[in-house]
Design a protein around this ligand. Structure first.
Ligand code: PLP
Length: 828
């Protein structure tokens, strides 16, 4: 319990007591009327449901006030369109943002329940893959906290990201049936529904006035239904909303089918319609042109844009012509970029605006955030499939492209190769629709997510577009919310910060700078270490219960948690572990500072190499952990099913954060920021936001290694030969030989052959090129760890200088530079 909580329990204020009484009564009422179980049958899950409903009611009061205030003020609303929202557990965060955590704890205690047990009943909505979806969730938290009216629009997947189990060290995927026990946070709005067309053809006709018009005759019609989740700002009355769309058949048991006796056909239609929002796709499998994925994207974007236009219609004094003054629509990557063509269709075909005005409105309303430079991750749809699915949109895209290429020709006369490069239609290897080009042409603002990433966008991926419209490009370095990722997940550090620099840091993260005054205070450093060791003990307990592996909380916790991907290079860390193992085995009596290597992360189910990396981590762990000659120095654990829920235990427990992607491949990273905020030191390359983290922390407080982005490109241009690095580095050769020879696979050389061969003969992400630099840098890490006072100083300075990486700073920049929205103060 924090000191404040302790104090309140013994000296409750009148308002505290009132809140406790109200909450206790509300929970009792919900148990009685919403849960409807006899008292004897009540279990903690029921208290979770009842408390959540009671909390939601309070948020809904704020929600009503927010909507009314924003309408009265005629305020502009930001709509964040994202195919993913990785929200994490809601109850704890909502109690925090409403500032009623201690009251809820007391109220539950009076009902004989422990808040922590009740909190543990929540199943998190895993409606995202990783960083991109979590960014959307952090941005919703900051928008509400900064009192900016906002709507998040996305998809209510019935099955979120799969649950990861480990069987014999291999990843096994289990469906995530997160809705089985209901979801107390969402409010179904069956009356908020829109029709979504699909397939068929576009019919051109002349209307009564003799004007050319187009109507879309669909092959199929679905319905989207809204589910609203309130998004409470911290310490304010602003409560925004996340609207997720769920697919339905247009009419249950379609009457005509029923009348002709084809009852089963009608039921089948219901079943196929509902498949549209059934499951979240993994984002890091090569795009296989999945038609259902395009339908998901179009489905949620169409519902969202129809909803926005509907709100415009309800504004007494504003017609659709004023859309850019009322709404900013932000595209979180290209997944919602079909919105550019859909808004044009709605404005031209359905609202009968002329093309030029519709286009001016569209471009003024949309902004586009790019999230990747990896060419294989840039969305392209096969033209034929696209045309069959969205025939009218293809026509619209052709018309956008015709006018756009005319403009390119005017700007760069005679540059025909540029036309080919910039076209919305790709011609190389089968015609495709290039969604990043559509998003770029259709937006007045295009941004990358870290300084390096935005520079690379301008100099490579979107270079031609930058040369055409330099004023449209900007950088918005990502951020993370300090509410969830510090206050909620690291209560020990929260208490220490509150006592040391006051509470203001939670909404003004730059105030962490105040910690710098305490780095030379030995007593403060001791308290800092105590917090970290307690967090490590908490994680060790969780690792023991989920893997059976015992970790020593006094060892250096070296952590890499994120999606498993070759560009993120989990296998580089594994090579280091094996090098240490090899040294210990070849030099009996060698003493090194004890380290616990902790991994976590999911591999896309179809990503062969990533799944083998997981197996390798577990195989090395099995060998190392069981070997009494090395296991007092080395432990390796893979935490199954990395999620926002267990992230709360993991980030705060790190001494060392592994951010070791090949330079130029990680757009920003946000895990890196969560670690820094919680006082981990980073070992990393000059990639993504690492560059800015190092600038903020000071080079002396960051462990840098590896090739830079331009060196990576140079090595590749020169014809990279990984074998040369093996020839020059005997230890590296020995490490690879240990894997290839079957040391970690019971003598079987086949299990890891694809991995080792990939590194030896191809190594597309330059693992071997960076190996020596990495291992030497890890040597410096170990040396520094031996000086605990120096390490603690660096840890404090990392937290103290992490203020820039608050999502509040990022959102303030979006509001000012792209959306043109200001705060709207809501009174309770
Ligand atoms: C922050 C976060 C990520 C992103 O991590 P990176 O290291 O930036 O790739 C992924 N998953 C979860 C659950 C997260 O909280």
């Amino acid at each position: 319990m924090t000191d404040i909580a302790e104090n309140l329990v013994h000296n409750p204020t009148a308002s505290h007591t009132r809140t406790v009484d109200d909450l206790r009564q509300a929970v009792s009422d919900h148990l009685r009327y919403s849960i409807g179980r006899p008292a004897a049958a009540l279990r903690p899950e029921h208290y979770y449901q009842a408390l959540s409903l009671a909390v939601r009611d309070r948020m809904q009061d704020n929600r009503s006030a927010s909507t009314q205030t924003s309408l009265d003020a005629g305020a502009k609303v930001t709509c964040y369109l994202s195919a993913e929202f990785l929200m994490g557990p809601q109850l704890g965060n909502n109690l925090l943002n409403l500032e009623i955590e201690t009251e809820a704890r007391t109220a539950l205690a009076e009902l004989g329940q422990d808040l922590d047990v009740v909190l543990a009943c929540e199943v998190e909505p895993g409606l995202g893959n990783g960083g991109l979806g979590r960014l959307a969730a952090c941005y919703l938290d900051s928008l509400a906290t900064l009192e900016r009216p906002a709507i998040g629009y996305g998809i209510r997947y019935e099955f979120g990201i799969f649950k990861q189990e480990l069987h014999d060290g291999w990843q096994v995927e289990k469906t995530d049936n997160w809705l089985v026990n209901g979801n107390p946070w969402e409010i179904p709005k069956p009356d908020v529904n829109y029709l979504v067309y699909w397939g068929g053809f576009a019919q051109h006709y002349l209307d009564e006035g003799g004007v050319d018009r187009v109507r879309w005759v669909p092959g199929r019609v679905l319905k989207g239904v809204a589910y609203d989740t309130p998004i409470q700002g911290y310490g304010v009355h602003t409560c925004n909303v996340l609207t997720l769309w769920s697919a339905r058949a247009v009419e249950s048991f379609a009457l005509d089918a029923f009348n002709t006796g084809d009852y089963y056909k009608a039921v089948e239609d219901e079943v196929t319609s509902e498949t549209v929002t059934k499951v979240l796709y993994p984002n890091d499998e090569p795009e296989a042109g999945k038609r259902l994925r395009l339908l998901q994207q179009y489905f949620f974007v169409s519902c969202s844009l129809q909803h926005v236009l509907h709100i415009m219609d309800d504004l007494a004094d504003k017609s659709v012509h004023h859309l850019p003054e009322q709404f900013a629509l932000q595209l979180n990557d290209t997944h919602p970029s079909i919105g550019v063509a859909e808004l044009m269709r709605l404005l031209v075909d359905e609202r009968h605006l002329d093309w030029d005005e519709a286009w001016t409105i569209t471009v003024a309303t949309f902004g586009y955030t790019n999230h990747t430079l990896l060419p294989e991750a840039l969305e392209k749809w096969p033209l034929e499939m696209f045309g069959e699915s969205l025939p009218r949109h293809l026509e619209i895209i052709y018309e956008i492209n015709r006018r756009f290429l005319d403009e390119v020709m005017d700007t760069f006369p005679g540059d025909t190769d540029r036309l080919r490069r910039m076209s919305l239609i790709g011609e190389d290897g089968g015609k495709t629709v290039r969604m990043a080009h559509l998003a770029t042409v259709g937006s007045h603002a295009i941004n990358g997510v870290a300084a390096l990433h935005s520079d690379l966008l301008k100099s490579s991926t979107l270079k031609d577009f930058y040369e055409m419209w330099p004023e449209r490009f900007s950088n918005k370095t990502n951020g993370v919310t300090p509410r969830r990722f510090l206050a909620l997940s690291n209560p020990g550090l929260r208490g220490l910060l509150d006592r040391t620099i006051g509470e203001g840091w939670l909404t003004d993260l730059d105030r962490l700078r105040g910690l710098e005054a305490f780095v030379d205070d030995a007593e403060f450093r001791r308290q800092w270490r105590d917090v970290k060791v307690a967090n490590k003990a908490r994680l060790a307990e969780f690792v023991l219960s989920s893997t059976g592996i015992e970790l020593n909380p006094n060892s250096l916790f070296d952590i890499q948690v994120k999606r498993i991907h070759e560009y993120k290079r989990q296998h580089l860390s594994v090579l280091h572990i094996i090098a240490l193992y090899h040294r210990l085995k070849s030099n009996p009596g060698l003493v090194i500072p004890p380290r616990s290597f902790i991994f976590g992360g999911k591999a896309a189910p179809g990503y062969f190499m990533a799944k083998r990396i997981i197996k390798l981590i577990n195989a090395v762990g099995e060998t190392v952990n069981a070997d009494s000659e090395v296991n007092q120095f080395l432990k390796v654990a893979f935490v199954p099913n990395f999620s926002v829920q267990n992230a709360a235990l993991i980030y705060p427990a790190a001494n060392l954060s592994e951010q070791i992607s090949t330079a130029g491949k990680e757009a920003s990273g946000t895990g890196n920021m969560k670690f820094m905020l919680n006082g981990a030191l980073t070992i990393g390359t000059l990639d993504g936001a690492n560059v800015e983290m190092r600038e903020e922390a000071g080079a002396e407080n960051f462990f840098l290694f590896g090739l830079t982005e331009s060196e990576v490109e140079q090595v590749k241009r020169d014809g990279y030969r990984p074998a040369e690095y093996i020839e020059r580095d005997a230890e590296l050769g020995a490490v690879l030989e240990l894997i290839a020879g079957g040391t970690f696979s019971h003598g079987d050389p086949e299990v890891f052959r694809p991995l080792v061969d990939n590194l030896r003969y191809d190594d597309p992400f330059l693992v071997l090129a960076d190996y020596r630099s990495y291992v030497e840098c890890q040597g410096q890490v170990s040396d520094r760890w031996l000086d605990q006072e120096a390490w603690t100083r660096m840890s404090i300075l990392n937290t103290a200088r992490s203020g820039k990486f608050s999502s509040d700073r990022a959102i303030a920049e979006y509001c000012e530079g792209i959306w043109g929205v200001g705060p709207v103060s809501v009174r309770g």
